[in-house]
Design a protein around this ligand. Structure first.
Ligand SMILES: Cc1cc2nc3c(=O)[nH]c(=O)nc-3n(C[C@H](O)[C@H](O)[C@H](O)COP(=O)(O)OP(=O)(O)OC[C@H]3O[C@@H](n4cnc5c(N)ncnc54)[C@H](O)[C@@H]3O)c2cc1C
Length: 471
């Protein structure tokens, strides 16, 4: 059975030349891609996609069975999709926040998943220290802030849920407290979670690739997979230059899954955008305080997030997230109207920084599910192909857990991870096109309106309640 029944257009053909210019983070690393796959070779496991998920899975496979022959093939550079370009928030957050997660899956599953993600985040930091990978990881914690009356309740709910589940490291801050940390009239209250870290994602994913190489994983970049064929004896992965014949395969291509007819039913592609200032002077920093240099997210559905970088810049992202029917399209990587709207909201949140200039602007594709949760499981009845996808914009923290769960499945192991909600439940399937874009665009508009009306009395209240259950 051919899973990719026809040659795949990955939309990544331009990556060969442009990967260095896709984000500010890429400019901070001196990186050399590995050689493309040439000719035929065999392997025990072939991994398609070398982002966070693919790297964590490959390392887990070698750790669990050092004799295993593991090959990663990536269409571009490893992590070209989201892993090298994201905001660098390593969080326990999945779904639309802890309260929504607990409401959707139940307290017990939410508590188990939170602990599992938090433990794997600790492991990522320990791994980097042990392997000499400096990914600028700082355990600053993250503030979930409210910037409108309807968000006040959601922010308080985050704290109350954490207390109910008995999770450590959460704190509630009223307006006076949060603005004493970060001077912004926009912030009304906050829940602080100390488990979260900020990092440089390109340094992390490319450092992970180096660790994989050192641990005996073969990595071939600039090798788009055009066909994935499953037959009685195993799987064949075909690229432009060669073929890997393996016992099993992992699909870890996240937003680039639209060519997989089955996964496509569960995934939709959105684009996320980021703008980054020039380094601030000490005097400019003194106007905002922010001595702990922690990350901040608001509690809109299409939330804003803001964080400092280690070289003294401010990164501001989120807000609009256009839906793209079909495959990710690199033409969406730069979206000047959305960059403009982001800058407007930054000026609104920090009017005292009106002289700070933005130097970098970029975006990238996000794979979203109707449940807002990633899912990992067998793709086929013959149990040859595992998929691990659908982070809905929150993959940095959970990717090690999901990658290791994929490795458990590929090794046929029954572990605590394979019983977590991400491996037990597939999200609801989505309608086919053209209905999908009608439904998604209508839902997105409603959710955006809910965000924009959070100050607007009864209408805002109705939209807010609708948005809570619109999934
Ligand atoms: C702008 C932006 C900001 C974000 N901010 C955050 C954040 O702050 N915190 C957070 O937790 N998450 C964030 N995310 C989401 C996060 O980056 C992703 O969830 C995460 O990186 C997913 O990792 P991955 O390994 O599954 O996928 P990716 O990193 O996308 O890796 C998939 C890989 O598959 C390869 N590939 C695709 N098709 C093929 C093919 N046919 N053959 C071979 N290889 C192929 C790609 O080249 C890519 O390297 C953000 C995403 C974006 C775009």
């Amino acid at each position: 059975m051919a899973i990719y029944p026809r040659p795949v257009r990955t939309g990544l053909e331009s990556a060969r030349d442009d990967w260095k210019s896709r984000s500010y983070w890429a400019t901070t690393v001196d990186y050399t891609p590995t050689d493309p796959l040439q000719g035929d070779r065999s392997a025990d496991v072939v991994i398609i996609g070398g982002g966070f998920t693919g790297q964590h899975a490959a390392q887990a496979l070698r750790e669990e069975d050092p004799g295993l022959d593991v090959v990663i093939v990536d269409a571009a550079v490893c992590g070209y999709g989201g892993s090298s370009r994201n905001g660098g928030f390593m969080m326990t957050m999945v779904d639309r926040g802890l309260a929504d997660f607990a409401r959707d899956v139940g307290d017990m599953d939410a508590r188990d998943a939170w602990h599992a993600i938090a433990a794997e985040m600790d492991e990522i930091e320990k791994l980097c220290i042990a392997e000499g990978v400096d990914a600028d990881i700082r355990r600053t914690g993250i503030y979930t802030v409210s910037n409108g009356p309807e968000q006040d309740e959601r922010v308080a709910e985050e704290y109350e849920t954490a207390q109910r589940l008995g999770l450590p490291g959460f704190r509630y801050l009223d307006r006076e407290e949060i603005t004493s940390h970060i001077q912004s009239n926009w912030f009304r209250c906050a829940t602080f979670e100390d488990t979260c870290r900020l990092l440089n994602p390109a340094k992390l994913v490319w450092g992970l690739r180096d660790i994989s190489l050192r641990r005996g994983v073969a990595v071939h970049e600039m090798s788009p997979v055009r066909e994935l064929i499953v037959d009685g004896g195993g799987v064949s992965v075909v690229t432009d230059g060669g073929r890997v014949r393996a016992d099993r395969a992992l699909v870890a291509t996240n937003a680039f899954c639209s060519a997989l007819p089955d996964l496509r039913r569960y995934l939709m592609t959105f684009y996320a955008y980021i703008i980054l200032t020039r380094p601030l002077t000490d005097e400019q920093w003194s106007r905002v305080g922010w001595h702990d240099r922690a990350g901040v997210e608001d509690r809109r559905v299409f939330h804003h997030y803001v964080r400092p970088t280690v070289d003294g810049r401010i990164l501001w992202g989120g807000r609009d997230a256009p839906f793209v029917p079909g495959e990710p399209d690199p033409a969406y990587d730069r979206n000047y109207p959305d960059f403009g709207r982001l800058e407007e909201t930054f000026r609104h949140a920090f009017p005292q920084l009106d002289d700070v200039e933005f130097e970098y602007r970029w975006g990238g594709p996000v794979a979203a599910t109707a449940s807002f949760l990633p899912f990992v499981g067998w793709w086929d009845d013959a149990r040859r192909v595992v998929h691990a996808v659908g982070y809905t914009g929150h993959g940095v923290g959970p990717s090690r857990l999901i990658g290791r769960t994929a490795a458990d499945l590929l090794l046929g192991r029954d572990t605590a991870r394979t019983h977590l909600v991400f491996a037990r439940k597939r999200p609801q399937w989505l309608p086919r096109e053209p209905f999908r874009q009608w439904v998604v665009n209508a839902s997105s508009n409603l959710l955006q309106r809910a965000d924009d009306h959070s100050n607007a009395g009864p209408m805002g209240r109705v939209l807010d309640v609708a948005s809570k259950y619109l999934k």
